[in-house]
Design a protein around this ligand. Structure first.
Ligand code: ATP
Length: 794
């Protein structure tokens, strides 16, 4: 057998071994990513595999010939190393984005033509204008969502308040039947919006489920998440979040705002809409993954800023949580987009609320503390202890949530089941709230409750029901109450039960097929137990004046957020910006957050990273995985490599693209016969480029027809939805035509040697945002190829 054939049959055997070791996921994937199932909000179950065919049995012949080991493979035939035969094969087929700019001859021609200072300046100015537009439009979307939520929630809770007033007799109520009618109304107002939102998410655009932050984070890391930045996605996300919040699910609108900002950025920066088949013929120079990524980052930051009214927090959030690649200019532009976003939101919402001093800051408004929050140094260990508690509770929450999602994935595979499940959780929330209101007798004198409609329920005339006050408003308003209600506003039992119920409820909610963020419920749970701990301590030590319940609610919220999300810098800044506490209070916040993060990290990852793992997204971590230390490129590369000759036959390229599903192919010359995989490397070409070449018939034989007009724009015009090879008609009469790749290929791909260490090449791969890394020997002949999957699953 020729050498290539021997190696190919080994790949088949390897594939068989992985198949037999683990039926659903590869052994390697299982080892690296321990959570192997969960609610896949990235790739929906019903979606056909995006690439390749993972269902091939182990001994399917390569290249269509018979048998796996005793095949007579003619060396003139290409050996197509199908993805489905690698260890990584049985993980979902996420493609990567091309962050490396392909500096081919066409690109260089364009650069040379535009080598004027004026052009660079113009491009820079346009870039700034786009960032400003992103800020404004993201804020307008945020305002629209917020105003609709506020109007609908106000109507819902006023109606319920009136219904309670009408149906429930005062303090001497003896049986629960009086609460029955308000309860039924409450159920109805939860079920209808939640069912509508869940049906939209499930049937129209499943990628909109959840907060969207893990998806945006994966995208920014270089993983192409299908349909994540489409207009349809934005529409469903916006409606989804409105219905979920109005329905009263334990979630918030801030996570989806980040996703919305990302979609806005991706849409505006491209100057065209593929969905509406409309090309505005502007911003053409920004039509590539590299430029788009930067705008999406700005959009995400603008979204966070609008959500929290925190421009610096928004920028830091993108830096800490989302971005994988940064530079100084990008930080500036992102900050400007964030500031513009907050400013626009401020003007619109202030106008809407009739304020004339532009004091309305963000969607997530936690209210300002009346008196400056102070702390004593002996409190620092207490803050640390709260942080530890937050870390433990957060780690437990993440683990419980992952288990619930695993259960969901397994037992609720049907679409209708997912909608029903969302409705059941909504009903569960309403029922638990009503049970608490009914069974806990917590009446407080009027004047304490800051809401417009304090509910009297079973209390005396000059009293309100403190349990109902917690439930009869949006979760965000409840966080505000827990921060600012005066001491003695709740019973210990009320807060203890509320914490437990909301903890479980939020855990059951995150992972439902609805659009919702996790930030607000997490802050709410933390604020509740923070306040509760302060109350308990105060009962034990009544002389402890420093135990301000609002202060401890804030630290509790920070600790719980740190325990679940595992962010530190951006969270502390966001909390400071949304509550307006003094900069000196940054210290206690950061102590609580860091302790929570360290303790939580000991047990598991933050919730966003957990979701990414559960969905097997090939995210590149900041550092190489520990098991890769000490290895060399030789141990992780793939070989033999499917290559293309510098001047190759159109027929070969067409057949190869049909049979093989890789996305990058080294271009080689000095090939003896058809042994392409032993040729000398002279560049790399992408599948998408090859398809455009075939579609536009850019053959050597036709050169005089296409050469004058063909430019880099020919390729940009089809970005980002490149056609598949299926859209290329059979070559028939062009079977003997030749393709000359010299002007299309990237002539300077990054190359490494087989003995280079994996941690080193990982740094190169990650820092440059590569998609393919070529491994060459001393003679510049191809020794193998490495993609992001090889750093994760091998
Ligand atoms: P990505 O999936 O990151 O967009 P890709 O599609 O080109 O890039 P994959 O096909 O996903 O890469 O890679 C799957 C496996 O196949 C990896 O182990 C990789 O090293 C290998 N591989 C990639 N390209 C080739 C190629 N041209 N020839 C042989 N093996 C390849």
């Amino acid at each position: 057998l020729p050498r290539e054939a021997g190696q190919a049959s080994k790949a088949v055997q390897d594939f068989g071994r992985y198949q037999s070791e683990e039926p659903s996921t590869s052994a390697a994937a299982g080892r690296v990513a321990p959570h192997i199932s969960g609610n896949n909000h990235f790739l929906d179950d019903d979606q056909p595999p995006l690439l390749g065919d993972n269902s091939l049995p182990p001994n399917v012949p390569i290249n269509g010939s018979a048998g796996s080991s005793n095949r007579n493979i003619n060396s003139s035939e290409p050996i197509f190393h199908l993805r489905s035969r690698t260890a990584a094969a049985s993980t979902p087929n996420y493609e990567s984005l091309d962050y490396e700019v392909c500096e081919n001859t066409l690109f260089q021609d364009e650069q040379r033509k535009r080598l004027t200072e004026r052009f660079s300046l113009r491009k820079d100015i346009i870039r700034w204008i786009i960032f400003i537009q992103i800020g404004i439009i993201t804020a307008l979307i945020a305002c629209t969502i917020d105003i609709i939520i506020e109007e609908l929630s106000e109507r819902k809770y006023t109606f319920l308040y009136n219904s309670v007033k009408k149906n429930v007799p005062l303090s001497d109520a003896a049986d629960g039947s009086d609460l029955l009618i308000p309860y039924l109304y409450w159920l109805l107002f939860s079920i209808l919006p939640v069912a509508f939102g869940a049906a939209m998410v499930t049937y129209i655009e499943p990628i909109t489920a959840g907060s969207g932050i893990p998806q945006v984070k994966s995208y920014l890391n270089g993983v192409k998440i299908p349909r994540i930045v489409r207009i349809k996605t934005l529409a469903v996300k916006a409606i989804g979040v409105i219905t979920s919040v109005v329905g009263g699910l334990a979630g918030g609108k801030e996570g989806p705002m980040i996703h919305a900002g990302a979609v806005v950025a991706a849409g505006i920066s491209q100057g065209k809409s593929t969905t509406f088949v409309k090309d505005f013929r502007i911003f053409k120079a920004f039509r590539d993954d590299h430029e788009k990524r930067d705008f999406v980052l700005g959009g995400g930051a603008a979204g966070v800023s609008a959500a929290f009214g925190a421009p610096i927090g928004g920028m830091l959030f993108s830096l800490e949580e989302a971005a994988s690649f940064w530079n100084q200019n990008l930080i500036w532009r992102t900050l400007v987009a964030s500031i513009i976003s907050v400013f626009t939101l401020n003007i619109v919402l202030s106008a809407y609320h009739g304020l004339n001093d532009f004091t309305f800051t963000g969607l997530f408004n936690l209210g300002k503390f009346d008196t400056p929050l102070k702390f004593d140094y002996f409190e620092l260990p207490i803050f640390m202890l709260l942080g530890v508690t937050g870390g433990l509770l957060g780690a437990a929450w993440n683990s419980l949530n992952t288990k619930i999602n695993k259960f969901r994935k397994r037992f609720i595979p049907w679409k209708i089941g997912k909608v029903i499940e969302a409705v059941v959780v909504a009903m569960m929330g309403v029922t638990l709230a009503c049970l608490m209101i009914y069974f806990i007798n917590d009446c407080r004198p009027l004047g304490n409750d800051p809401t417009n409609n304090p509910v009297q329920l079973f209390c005396e005339d000059n009293e309100y029901n403190a349990v109902a006050a917690l439930w009869f408003q949006t979760p965000e308003a409840t966080v505000r109450s827990l921060f600012h209600d005066p001491p003695g506003s709740h019973k210990i039992l009320t807060l203890a039960l509320f914490t437990v119920v909301y903890y479980v409820l939020s855990c059951a909610t995150f992972g439902l097929n609805v659009s919702l963020g996790v930030f607000i419920p997490t802050a709410l749970v933390g604020a509740a137990w923070g306040r509760l701990l302060a109350m308990l301590t105060y009962y034990a030590f009544p002389q402890a004046e420093f135990l301000h319940p609002g202060k401890y609610a804030l630290i509790g919220a920070a600790a719980n957020l740190g325990g679940v999300l595992r962010m530190t810098i951006s969270l502390s800044v966001i909390l400071m910006e949304t509550t307006g506490v003094e900069t000196s209070f940054f210290f206690p916040l950061i102590i609580a957050l860091i302790s929570a993060k360290w303790v939580g990290d000991y047990f598991n990852e933050g919730i966003y990273d957990t979701q990414i793992q559960v969905n097997h997204v090939p995210m590149l971590t900041w550092e190489p995985l520990p098991q890769y230390k000490g290895l060399t490129a030789r141990e992780i590369l793939s070989s033999p490599v499917v290559c293309i000759k510098l001047r190759d036959s159109a027929h070969y390229i067409y057949q190869m693209l049909k049979k093989c599903d890789h996305n990058g192919f080294p271009v080689v010359d000095d090939v003896s016969g058809d042994r392409r995989s032993e040729g000398r490397v002279c560049g790399i070409i992408l599948r998408s480029q090859l398809i455009v070449i075939l579609l536009k018939s850019l053959y050597v034989e036709n050169k005089r027809f296409w050469l004058p007009e063909t430019s880099i724009q020919t390729f940009r015009d089809v970005y980002p939805r490149y056609p598949s090879i299926k859209s290329v008609r059979k070559l028939d009469n062009k079977i003997n035509y030749t393709v000359d790749l010299s002007m299309f290929m990237n002539p300077s791909p990054i190359r490494v040697n087989p003995h280079d260490s994996v941690p080193r090449i990982f740094q190169i791969f990650r820092a440059l945002g590569l998609r393919h890394l070529l491994v060459i020997n001393n003679e510049n002949r191809i020794a193998g190829i490495i993609t992001r999957r090889d750093f994760i699953y091998k």
